[in-house]
Design a protein around this ligand. Structure first.
Ligand SMILES: Nc1ncnc2c1ncn2[C@@H]1O[C@H](COP(=O)(O)OP(=O)(O)OP(=O)(O)O)[C@@H](O)[C@H]1O
Ligand SMILES: [Mg+2]
Length: 271
């Protein structure tokens, strides 16, 4: 899908810092996505990928820098002012955070029934919601499981319900935190296709955290690699494949030989 790189950015992050106490997790991340772009974010475990997603989703506040969604800078907005911006975004959490006491149906309809746009829905729209839930479940390959509870699902199924929930309100932006990790290769490829189809359908702009190089090569327009709290690499897939940076090369080949020496990334070594 051809992207308009001259368009106004849908998401722009400028010099983002995030620290907890004196632990610096993100030390100046800058990125920008044009409408319908897919950015894949990779990096060592504990490197700050989920922290980046949570900042962009408005769930935590940056300790420095700026985040623009459609040119609105969000880090200094009040909770109320954030609501319409959050409503543009769907988030697929790394650990499918479903409500255990609610059925699959209620989990997926949650954003509609209790979300910021709930006023638009009344009793007569329940049929429309039921159709929408059924359609989202078909899209993730789980038709007809509306009445089940999360405890009755496998980990991979829960993951896909989380995906259906994130897509339920047809958001303009979707943030996917490791949507395919722990899934078998066929289901993972199916999720990749869903990410691409979602983008084609509604011009959705996406950030996808992933460790799966095959998946990154298939879906990414640009790739960001976070290392030691900073952008070690930011560019296209072709540039990534051609990179001579030893950190990047070690990461994409999954070698134990090279500058990346432990699983904890910068945070463990700082201490
Ligand atoms: N609120 C917090 N308080 C303290 N430490 C935190 C907090 N949030 C994140 N961290 C730490 O920040 C680091 C980055 O965490 P994050 O979850 O963003 O990493 P990640 O790149 O998503 O890792 P993984 O690939 O394992 O999911 C970790 O060392 C984590 O323990
Ligand atoms: Mg994470």
């Amino acid at each position: 899908m051809p992207l308009d790189f001259d368009a106004a950015p849908k998401i722009e992050v400028r010099d983002l810092h995030f620290a907890v106490g004196d632990l610096e997790i993100l030390k100046g991340i800058t990125l920008s996505l044009v409408p319908a772009e897919i950015l894949c974010v990779m990096g060592v475990s504990g490197g700050g990928k989920s922290t980046l997603i949570r900042n962009i989703a408005g769930l935590i506040r940056p300790t420095g820098g700026e985040i623009f969604i459609d040119s609105t800078e969000m880090s200094r907005l009040s909770e109320d002012e954030l609501i319409p911006i959050r409503a543009k975004m769907g988030v697929v959490f790394q650990y499918a955070a479903l409500f255990d006491s609610m059925t699959v149906y209620e989990n997926i309809a949650f954003g509609i029934l209790r979300g910021p746009r709930r006023a638009q829905y009344n009793k007569s729209s329940h049929l429309a919601i039921a159709r929408m839930v059924a359609q989202r479940l078909r899209e993730v390959g789980l038709p007809g499981i509306e009445r089940r509870l999360p405890a009755e699902l496998s980990g991979g199924m829960r993951r896909r319900v989380g995906l259906a929930r994130a897509l339920a309100t047809e958001p303009e932006i979707v943030l996917y935190d490791e949507p395919t990790s722990g899934l078998d290769p066929v289901t993972a490829a199916f999720i990749d296709d869903l990410i691409l189809r979602t983008r084609e359908r509604n011009n959705v702009t996406s950030i996808v955290v992933s460790h799966d190089m095959g998946s990154i090569y298939r879906i990414a327009d640009r790739v960001l690699m976070i290392y030691e709290g900073k952008a070690q690499f930011y560019g296209t897939v072709a540039e990534l494949k051609a990179s001579q940076d030893p950190v990047v090369k070690q990461f994409i080949t999954g070698s134990t030989e090279g500058p990346i020496q432990n699983q904890q990334g910068h945070v463990a070594r700082k201490r």
